[in-house]
Design a protein around this ligand. Structure first.
Ligand code: THU
Length: 130
């Protein structure tokens, strides 16, 4: 199954009573395993948990930590780009050269390199004097 197809399939399970905006994400790890996640909202935190964060949580729960490729899909006028918090999460787990595929349900698609996702990212080395 392609990553876009997996992201599109899991998107249907998104739990979005507040925003009504369904997002699906699927990632492939360096080992070739596929993990998926959708956004999940709740009354205390109506912004909920992003689809990308869900896919990353599934990956970590599955014992893997290296993202080779991640796809995100939504029904938006232009391909949605990951929010700030998700950029940090993707950045931290992505292998060098990882690809981010951003898609709409209408077939628009663009790709981003992980290096372009979060310029000037906060990294572990910033804490080297701690
Ligand atoms: N959302 C995602 O799942 N991924 C993003 O990158 C941006 C936003 C979700 C969170 C919330 O459920 C809804 O979209 C509106 O913010």
């Amino acid at each position: 199954m392609s990553l876009i197809d997996a992201a599109s399939a899991v998107r249907k399970n998104a739990y979005v009573p507040y925003s009504k905006f369904k997002v699906g994400a699927a990632l492939r790890t360096k080992s070739g395993a596929l993990f998926a996640g959708c956004n999940v909202e709740n009354v205390a935190y109506p912004e909920g948990t992003c689809a990308e964060a869900g896919a990353i949580a599934a990956m970590v729960a599955g014992g893997e930590t290296e993202i080779a490729e991640i796809a995100v899909i939504a029904d938006s006028p232009m391909p949605l780009t990951p929010c700030g918090g998700c950029r940090q999460k993707i950045f931290e787990f992505a292998v060098p050269g990882a690809v981010i595929i951003l898609a709409t349900v209408n077939g628009d698609q663009k790709t981003m390199a992980v290096a372009d996702l979060l310029p000037g990212a906060f990294v572990k080395a910033h804490m080297d004097k701690a």
